[in-house]
Design a protein around this ligand. Structure first.
Ligand SMILES: C[S@@+](CC[C@H](N)C(=O)[O-])C[C@H]1O[C@@H](n2cnc3c(N)ncnc32)[C@H](O)[C@@H]1O
Length: 322
């Protein structure tokens, strides 16, 4: 993984409120500063998000936008199928939910973008389906489970003919696929007219103080920061992001699932699934930490949002391909 530069470099451009927050004993975690542009720090959506810290008062990490690619490659190489294993512990199956609009589709080809271990495949058995992912290890896990056909490719350069695809599904993928504008361009390019994009993303907790408290307790017990994503707006404001990229949102629904923390194994699985570029993905979870987390809370809410969209017939003039 690329070495993370020192946080001190950013102090001159740090807004005052962040300094105040740090003074109050929280961690400021810079996740997506662009370095080296004439000494400027260019904040984007994730700049200066605040997390409760296991070590109050410390700036724990700074990541360049470019760090994410290497981090995600290493993460999924070490933990193939981890998303599927986490979802398998929920009380109902999010893959059944996200694939429901696709099961109604006629004969078109479904591309599962960033398919990972291909957990949508069993729900789309009757469909023409192809899974695309950039990780050899994730695709190997899919193949071992007898799922296919599979293609190893990057989401920003799909080896698919223009207009050849009936639907695209992207499960737990848009908040991490970079560069997102190019990926969304690719999705619009490969979809046939009227073909839907069905996306599932982690949603906000919303007004759920108990849920928030449970997450804070679990993260504090684990000594880790809140999970982060390269494209946080594609998580919290997916409708707006898609609208600006030339999509029309047809449906947007939020559901809250519950992840049971009944054992240290549950806690270890959850911790393994969280993106945290400050920790090398090769590092195994400490069993004592997992046990402490499992003792701290019984269950954690897992809010998810399913969005169904389709490319607008006329792309607005402000949508510019990079
Ligand atoms: C959170 S996992 C979700 C996997 C699967 N959709 C699921 O629900 O289990 C994200 C997946 O995106 C893949 N990925 C990340 N960046 C990618 C890229 N630029 N192109 C293709 N796949 C990518 C990873 O290899 C990983 O399998």
């Amino acid at each position: 993984m690329a070495e993370v530069p020192s946080a001190r470099m950013f102090v001159p451009c740090e807004p005052v409120w962040q300094m105040l927050v740090r003074a109050a004993g929280h961690t400021v975690q810079y996740s997506a500063c662009v370095l080296g542009r004439g000494g400027e720090c260019q904040p984007d959506d994730t700049f200066g998000r605040v997390f409760p810290s296991a070590a109050p008062g410390h700036v724990v990490s700074v990541g360049e936008r470019e760090d994410w690619r290497g981090y995600l490659t290493a993460f999924h190489a070490h933990r193939p199928g981890v998303t599927e294993r986490v979802f398998a512990r929920l009380e109902s199956d999010p893959y059944e939910w996200v694939t429901a609009p696709l099961r109604e589709l006629g004969s078109g080809l479904v591309v599962d973008l960033a398919c990972g271990s291909a957990p949508t495949r069993p729900w789309l058995r009757e469909c023409r389906w192809v899974g695309v992912d950039g990780s050899a290890e994730e695709l190997a896990a899919a193949a071992v489970a007898g799922r296919g056909p599979l293609v190893r490719a990057r989401a920003d350069a799909l080896p698919v003919t223009t207009g050849a695809v009936g639907a695209v599904c992207a499960v737990m993928a848009l908040p991490l696929l970079t560069p997102l504008p190019v990926v969304l361009d690719e999705i619009r390019r490969v979809l046939r007219p009227g073909g839907p994009l069905v996306a599932l993303v982690p949603a906000r907790l919303g007004l759920d103080p108990r849920g928030l408290f449970a997450w804070l307790r679990a993260l504090r017990a684990a000594g880790v920061a809140a999970p982060r994503w390269p494209n946080p707006r594609a998580r919290e404001h997916l409708g707006g992001v898609l609208g600006r990229a030339g999509f029309e949102v047809l449906d947007s629904e939020r559901r809250v699932f519950s992840f049971p923390l009944e054992s240290p194994e549950d806690a270890a699985l959850l911790l393994q699934s969280l993106y945290d570029p400050a920790r090398p993905p090769s590092r195994p979870t400490d069993p004592h930490v997992a046990a402490t987390v499992a003792e701290s809370v019984r269950a954690l809410p897992m809010p998810l949002r399913r969005v169904v969209a389709r490319p607008q017939a006329r792309v607005p003039s402000h949508v510019v391909s990079p």
